[in-house]
Design a protein around this ligand. Structure first.
Ligand code: ATR
Length: 271
């Protein structure tokens, strides 16, 4: 019987995940079906549990349900526990296992596709919402010289940083004005400011020579990427991360990691 997977979210109609996983399945010769599952905002758990009760093998979880998914699963693996967010669920018999592949997807895109070395570099993560939670631990594991989390509401950044603080970790949180006079080799935008064409108030001199500005949004030149470009930084959008986090989920479900480059190229041509 064909194994069934889906992306669950609200909204979910725009999700590229079905195309990505269908491409992975073709490429690796795997027999699976991957669909979209719209959950009512107040009924994530029942919708997800029904999918699994009817034989579903795995779910990707997108906005706004990643924290609810973290609460729902029977066990959390790897970075999912500390992220308090789950974006990939695998059914193991009657148990649901929660993973978070967002951070590994970001790091894979940075390292494999963009050739970035994180170790020893100064990294700024903008935003302390859902999109930031999954990426703090995998970034720290690469041992940057410093990881600074900046957020419009500094308290939220503080809380996020506190969760990951530990010996030997140069991790700090602040508001945007406190960034004045500092520069970074890698700046990752995990805010949703770009959705409304806005830009967090960033100081000039934020980028070191040769720095990369990375926006988790994809398919458009956000105000952040335009700001970075105008200041000489290299830029990248989040399309590679989207495909890499999907490849990590595919690996968890199917035991094989698909080639991502052809799928990134295919999506790039379409956006
Ligand atoms: P997501 O799951 O996409 O991260 P979220 O949890 O609502 O969504 O978080 C959105 C993030 O973008 C937050 O860090 C938010 O800052 P606040 O915590 O201060 O709200 C940030 N954000 C949204 N709009 C912004 C703007 N115009 N300028 C700066 N930061 C913004």
């Amino acid at each position: 019987m064909t194994d069934r997977y889906a992306v669950i979210g609200n909204p979910v109609g725009h999700s590229q995940s079905p195309q990505i996983h269908e491409a992975f399945a073709r490429q690796t010769g795997q027999d699976l079906f991957y669909g979209r599952l719209l959950a009512p905002l107040d009924d994530f758990s029942d919708t997800a549990l029904r999918f699994f009760a009817e034989g579903g093998a795995g779910l990707n979880v997108t906005v706004p349900f990643k924290h609810e998914a973290w609460r729902l699963v029977d066990a959390r693996v790897g970075g999912a526990e500390s992220a308090e967010a789950v974006n990939t669920i695998r059914r193991e018999g009657t148990r649901l296992i929660g993973h978070n592949t967002d951070g590994t997807g970001l790091v894979a895109d940075l390292e494999r596709n963009l050739g970035i070395v994180i170790a020893g570099r100064r990294v700024l993560l903008m935003g302390a919402g859902g999109a930031s939670h999954g990426v703090v631990q995998p970034l720290l594991e690469r041992k940057p010289a410093a990881l600074v989390i900046a957020n419009r509401t500094p308290d939220k950044a503080e809380q996020l940083a506190l969760r990951f603080a530990g010996p030997g970790r140069n991790l700090r949180a602040c508001g945007y004005t406190a960034l004045a006079g500092e520069s970074f080799d890698l700046v990752v935008n995990a805010t949703s400011a770009g959705l409304s064409g806005e830009l967090p108030p960033l100081p000039d001199g934020l980028f070191t020579p040769g720095a990369l500005a990375y926006d988790m949004m994809y398919g458009r030149l956000t105000a952040f990427l335009a700001f970075a470009r105008a200041r000489g930084a290299a830029t990248a959008d989040g399309l590679g991360m989207l495909v890499e986090q999907a490849a990590e989920a595919f690996l968890i479900w199917r035991g094989v990691r698909p080639q991502t480059a052809p799928v990134i190229a295919q999506l790039r041509a379409a956006v």
